[in-house]
Design a protein around this ligand. Structure first.
Ligand SMILES: Cc1cc2nc3c(=O)[nH]c(=O)nc-3n(C[C@H](O)[C@H](O)[C@H](O)COP(=O)(O)OP(=O)(O)OC[C@H]3O[C@@H](n4cnc5c(N)ncnc54)[C@H](O)[C@@H]3O)c2cc1C
Length: 299
């Protein structure tokens, strides 16, 4: 059977793209390996009507809403490989099944690569976070650290200071702040520690202390880190998608990539702030963009 579209990735981007295409009477399958980027967190914030929902509940509601449309099938399975053959796409799943579709939407998300600091994974998503818009409110006025090894240090420090002025910037031995930037932060009573971090200490994901190689210790309740962002899957590369300067899949405003019939939306295009609601809206835009192509092909 030739499907109208296969959507890879069931985060907010893929769920919303599925909803719009399914309601437009296109026969689609949504494949989801169910490893969302925010899976490490207890609650997600900032999505109106869903503020404070767990990532798994968010996804459960999304899939339940899709289930009422006979045009949409959902498979909780990884897509292993995808190939363009003439005017259609051949999809191989991890379980060894093969599907064919006219078009494809990649809503595959990103993965966070955390700084190489002992113990950091234990705290990520529980008391260390990446985005103050997502988690700043819950940590307002707390003793926070910004742990960063890259040039985003200055921007993140200024941003996080909006939620707490009790802030220490830890660069883990890296010289990522200029003298001018240090002066600006010092003037706001924000401390900078450029010492190498030996380990993070705490209990059940709750950060308590940062230990430094030189024996110094810093008591902190939580904070924010800058992670490196990488594509969650090699499928865009396999299809020949072009990437932008910061590693996102290059798309136009409606999610079209350089490969005809291939659309991308959500975090993986790295063109907008990484937010659930923005990913969902990009999924909707990609589906609407694809529909105008379907309509043109019909006439
Ligand atoms: C710690 C943390 C906390 C966050 N908190 C918030 C918050 O509170 N509010 C907020 O708005 N944003 C938050 N975010 C950002 C948010 O998680 C992302 O912006 C959002 O998840 C992006 O949605 P997406 O659909 O593009 O990708 P994702 O949600 O990552 O979904 C991608 C899906 O595709 C699947 N997938 C990938 N490859 C394949 C494949 N080959 N086959 C099948 N399935 C595949 C994955 O398993 C996953 O389920 C947070 C991020 C992090 C890291």
């Amino acid at each position: 059977m030739l499907l109208d579209c296969i959507i890879v990735g069931g985060g907010p981007a893929g769920l919303n793209a599925s909803l719009v295409l399914g309601r437009a009477r296109k026969n689609i399958i949504l494949f989801d390996e169910d490893k969302p980027r925010n899976g490490v967190t207890h609650e997600s914030h900032g999505f109106i009507t869903r503020d404070g929902t767990t990532p798994s509940e968010f996804k459960r509601i999304g899939k339940q809403e899709l289930a009422k449309y006979p045009t949409i099938a959902i498979k909780n399975e990884k897509v292993e490989d995808v190939k363009k053959e003439n005017d259609s796409f051949l999809i191989h799943t991890e379980g060894g099944d093969v599907y064919r579709s006219k078009k494809i939407i990649l809503a595959t998300g990103l993965k966070d690569v955390l700084p190489n600091i002992k113990g950091i994974e234990e705290f990520y998503g529980k008391s260390l976070f990446s985005c103050p818009f997502c988690d700043g409110w819950e940590w307002k006025d707390q003793a926070l650290a910004v742990i960063t090894e890259n040039e985003r240090a200055f921007h993140l420090a200024k941003l996080v200071s909006n939620w707490s002025r009790n802030l220490v910037i830890c660069t883990n031995g890296k010289k990522v702040l200029s003298n001018e930037e240090k002066e600006v932060l010092n003037n706001k009573q924000i401390t900078i520690m450029e010492d190498r971090i030996a380990a993070l200490q705490g209990n059940n994901g709750q950060l308590e202390k940062i230990l430094f190689n030189n024996g110094k210790e810093l008591l902190r309740n939580g904070g924010f880190v800058t992670a490196d962002l990488v594509q969650a899957t090699s499928l865009p590369e396999k299809l020949g998608c072009r990437f932008n300067a910061i590693g996102g899949i290059d798309t136009d405003d409606f999610g079209r990539t350089n490969i005809e019939g291939v659309y991308a939306c959500g975090d993986n295009s790295l063109i907008a702030p990484a937010q659930l609601i923005i990913a969902a809206s990009e999924g909707s835009r990609a589906a609407i963009g694809m529909m105008s192509e379907f309509v043109e092909e019909d006439f």
